[in-house]
Design a protein around this ligand. Structure first.
Ligand code: NAD
Length: 258
């Protein structure tokens, strides 16, 4: 039920963190995988070769800066379309609304929300033609709840949840599903990068910020893992989840139950 041989997956923002974890689990399940970032470094290409060798599947790296609509669209075109689209690329910035830099607001909305619209728009015709497709958007617990100082991120993630529901309705009954996974805190470079800002905003040391701010709302007091997010994506791609569409799946240690 979890065999994805013969399926091509595009995972945006997948040279680190959750995206890389998702790419690994899809490759492990036998899918052909396209990994992406905006960097196009030797390390990015080495990552693709490494995944291909470890899992015995075809893995390609395609550069695209997802803050740009035309590059987001070109990513799926250059991949040759896809059966599985995982919109994962995302960035964060922490500041009070009245001090939030306008360019950061625009960049976060472009990468975290608009890129998912662009890639989905290009991927959908091929999925419809095949009568099978999966779009999985990596939203966040912050797609369902809010916290102070993260206005752009939270607005974008709530937007991703709404986009997922809309695509689900437009594709219902056509073999295509679209859902949003809402992780709580997963210890990745994105989260690491937030720690200094949070320390500054709250006037706390690193360990206190992790325990009292970041994991305060995660009742398990444990970070989720990239493997667990990847496994949730693989499950959504399996026949078990054929009727799961237009919904959010929280992987958040109980955060949104509070
Ligand atoms: P990360 O910083 O490790 O990864 C972000 C990825 O996005 C990288 O691969 C990076 O190359 C890519 N990226 C950034 N800007 C890009 C651009 N302009 N064009 C193309 N790619 C770009 O972060 P992560 O924690 O793995 O986050 C991945 C996703 O998961 C994000 O959407 C994030 O909001 C979401 N998320 C993370 C957590 C968490 O706790 N880590 C929790 C909930 C949701």
């Amino acid at each position: 039920m979890f065999d994805l041989a013969g399926k091509r997956a595009v995972v945006t923002g997948s040279n680190s963190g959750i995206g890389l974890g998702v790419a690994e689990e899809l490759a492990r399940a036998g899918a052909e995988v396209v990994i992406n970032s905006f960097t196009d470094s030797a390390a990015d290409h080495a990552l693709a070769s490494d995944l291909a060798a470890r899992f015995g599947v075809n893995v390609r790296y395609i550069r695209a800066d997802l803050s740009k609509a035309d590059e987001a669209r070109a990513l799926v075109e250059l991949a040759g379309g896809c059966d599985i689209l995982v919109n994962n690329a995302g960035i964060q910035h922490v500041a009070p609304v009245e001090e939030f830099p306008v360019e950061k607001w625009n960049q976060i909305l472009a990468i975290n929300l608009s890129s998912a619209f662009h890639t989905s728009a290009v991927a959908l015709p091929g999925m419809r033609a095949k009568g099978w497709g999966r779009i999985v958007n990596i939203a966040s617990a912050h797609g369902l709840t809010a916290s102070p100082f993260k206005s752009a991120y939270i607005a974008a993630k709530h937007g991703v949840v709404g986009l997922s529901k809309t695509i689900a309705l437009e594709t219902a009954g056509q073999g295509i599903t679209c859902n949003a996974i809402c992780p709580g805190y997963v210890l990745t470079p994105l989260v690491e990068a937030q720690i200094p800002d949070q320390m500054k905003v709250h006037g706390m040391d690193r360990e206190t910020v992790i325990r009292e701010v970041m994991l305060l709302r995660q009742p398990s007091r444990q970070f989720a893992t990239t493997e667990q997010i990847g496994g949730t994506v693989v499950w959504l791609c399996s026949p078990y989840a054929d009727q799961v569409t237009g919904t959010t799946i929280s992987v958040d240690g109980g955060w949104t139950a509070l």
